[in-house]
Design a protein around this ligand. Sequence first.
Ligand SMILES: Nc1nc2c(ncn2[C@@H]2O[C@H](COP(=O)(O)OP(=O)(O)OP(=O)(O)O)[C@@H](O)[C@H]2O)c(=O)[nH]1
Length: 356
Amino acid sequence: MTNSQKIPATIVTGFLGSGKTTLLRHILENAGGRRIAVIVNEFGELGIDGDILRSCGIGCDDAGNETQGQLYELANGCLCCTVQEEFYPVMRELIARRADIDHILIETSGLALPKPLVQAFNWPEIKNACTVDAVITVVDVPATAAGQFAANPAAVDAQRKQDPNLDHESPLHELFEDQLMSADLVVLSKLDQASAADRAKVEAIVREEVPAQVKIVAADHGKIDLGVVLGLFSASEDTIHERASHHGEGEEHDHHDHDEFDSIVVKLPVVERDALLERLAALVAEHAIYRVKGFVALADKPMRLVVHGVGTRFDSYFDRRWAAGETPQTHLVLIGHDLDAVRITAELNALTVGAL
Ligand SMILES: Nc1nc2c(ncn2[C@@H]2O[C@H](COP(=O)(O)OP(=O)(O)OP(=O)(O)O)[C@@H](O)[C@H]2O)c(=O)[nH]1
């Protein structure tokens, strides 16, 4: 089978909160009749991205009931470490349904390394039926310009001063480089929050990491012409072995076990919106929390509030009414480094104002 007869798969990668789900939503809402199967993967115990996509009607029929076979959530760890157990069975299922599928869209967790996933497209059963249309790496311009992914950000410099014998290269920097080194296309996000100088600075940083033929484009809240992101025919699986990576296959990849990152899941009943957002902002300032995401139940509202915090910036919006028979509950996932789960959970628990 030639590559043009295979099902094209687009892999969307990028750090936590960079704008992957926003880009996915835009693609799915503008699919123009393409039948797209979606695989979303998250680090942390809650399948929040899947639920956000579902609340926009993705993976549901017109009556809001879940349709089988469009949306697959892999929430049991990072896709790059669970390729065999999690990704492979879903791909086999999709391959069996190939007559119903025009494109596969895969969102990796923000902590995943894309290379092992692309390499899985060389496994015979997958290679015979699918090809990687492109690896798209989403880059958060304000965060990158502010140095979040620098080789030696301030915190790492401080550690190094205390113990110069230790290797303290920032884990975020390695991840950033790995996610870029596999890219066939780079999408810059959040330019509305960045100056022209920041954009130029980030483009120069990205250019250092990606091969010359890789285009760097911009998307405003995920909006981008679908012709730019789909139909690239990169067949990345054929060249992935030539791409460098900080983490290899097999034994070397096993060391990428996310020891550097902690995930805390907090479940609360009803809370008060301003108190919650203030406390979360304070926690982000006090701890190395990279991303906060989840759903919030408010005492005076019949709607579910979605909260998404990246660094010190928090977005919140109501996405849907709590369903009949559903108990409104606050579910938050916090991801960061060296987090004191007991203390953070206790501080958030103290915000509970009761049940609906
Ligand atoms: N201002 C602005 N905000 C954006 C843009 N793109 C995404 N966002 C916001 O950034 C936050 C993170 O976006 P997501 O699309 O959820 O990011 P993600 O990469 O899927 O996040 P994780 O799944 O947590 O890794 C959300 O609050 C988005 O609304 C943009 O172009 N401009």
